[in-house]
Design a protein around this ligand. Structure first.
Ligand SMILES: [Fe+2]
Length: 357
């Protein structure tokens, strides 16, 4: 696999730069959302978002090998259309998931409103925040029984925020930057809501993270300096060199045996029922038993630590391991991101897991 920086970690906002499209982690805590189940969110992230990433990388590989002068038009047309659709699906799913979730360990309240700056922009362009909200949710609900996206976007040429519909992941207003997107494909709600798309739209609106949406608006209007930290998972190590992406870990595990990272699977006791599998060769431990398992870790090998989604369980442990001189990195997005890139796993083995004492 062609990954530019093996065993290092780009910032989340630079993920598009490498030769392959890299997965972004959940910023939301899927087990703590209001009225959107973990099963729904994880299935959507792993299968639909992850599927789009995997498809886009496969299409790019085909395009890289294409003989453009000799290829028939139908082959060029087909690949370039599919590339556009997969690219749009990846980017819109990232905007959708990053717009959801609470702050840190807190679930979304459902009561928050846009920041003053974004509220003023919505008022300027739609009359009031409520008028924008009525239009936006009506547009999303109108897609019930169909599919597509409802998008709030900033358009420099029009000089305003606009609500627009998008079909096939490939429908955009030229020159506009999406700020917020609601996925209206049935896969985004059917597990929890059946065909009740309107109830799903209301629940999405109650789970919005206006801090990140506001940051996205400032980034779109080129006033977003210093916003990057909002797009790093809560509790993940602060420094980039202490994090590793799923793609980089996959490449590192294909390295020579003596240079491969040692894999450490950390799981809180209460999260064990959420787990079914693990990375091959990983050893599973309880985070609280660190004084016992740390003695088994080598000092001359890189160590990759992962948890469910890559929040503070692996983040706290990696910070502590690095403080003690170990070459440890936390897997960005945890085993959930690993699933999204199609990484192989084996059934969970808890034989090394410390019993509560
Ligand atoms: Fe989706």
């Amino acid at each position: 696999m062609d990954v530019q920086k093996p065993f290092s970690s780009p910032s989340p906002r630079q993920f598009a730069a490498p030769a392959i499209m890299m997965v972004r982690p959940f910023l939301l805590k899927p087990q703590w959302m209001n009225g959107l189940s973990e099963r729904l969110l994880v299935s959507h992230y792993v299968n639909n978002y992850g599927g789009a990433i995997r498809r886009l990388n496969a299409i790019r590989a085909r395009l890289a090998a294409l003989d453009w002068a000799a290829a028939p038009g139908f082959e060029i047309n087909g690949l370039k259309r599919e590339e556009l659709i997969a690219s749009g699906s990846v980017i819109l799913h990232e905007i959708y998931f990053e717009s959801l979730g609470g702050h840190g360990d807190n679930p979304p309240t459902g009561l928050e409103e846009p920041s003053v700056e974004l509220a003023q922009a919505l008022e300027r362009d739609f009359g009031s925040v409520m008028a924008w909200r009525v239009e936006f949710t009506a547009m999303a609900k109108a897609l019930a029984g169909g599919s597509g996206w409802t998008i709030l976007a900033w358009c420099e040429r029009l000089g305003r925020l606009v609500n627009h519909w998008a079909a096939d992941h490939a429908h955009g207003l030229p020159g506009a930057t999406p700020i917020l997107a609601i996925d209206m494909y049935e896969h985004s709600y059917h597990l929890d809501f059946g065909a009740k798309a309107a109830a799903y739209v209301d629940q999405v609106m109650a789970n919005l993270n206006w801090q990140r949406i506001g940051a996205r608006y400032r980034l779109a209007t080129a006033e977003g300096a210093g916003e990057d930290k909002l797009f790093v998972p809560y509790g993940a190590p602060e420094h980039e060199e202490a994090r590793i992406s799923a793609e980089e870990l996959k490449a590192a595990l294909e390295d020579d045996v003596d240079r491969r990272p040692v894999l450490l699977d950390l799981c809180l006791p209460k999260d064990l029922p959420r787990r079914t599998d693990m990375l091959a060769g990983a050893t599973m431990h309880a985070p609280a038993a660190l004084p016992r398992w740390i003695e088994e870790l080598p000092r001359d090998r890189p160590i990759a630590v992962y948890c469910v989604c890559g929040f503070q369980v692996s983040g706290t442990a990696v910070t502590e391991l690095r403080r003690r001189g170990y070459n440890a990195r936390a897997l960005i997005g945890g085993i959930t991101a690993w699933h999204a890139i199609g990484g192989a796993t084996v059934p969970m083995d808890i034989s090394t897991y410390e019993k509560a004492t």
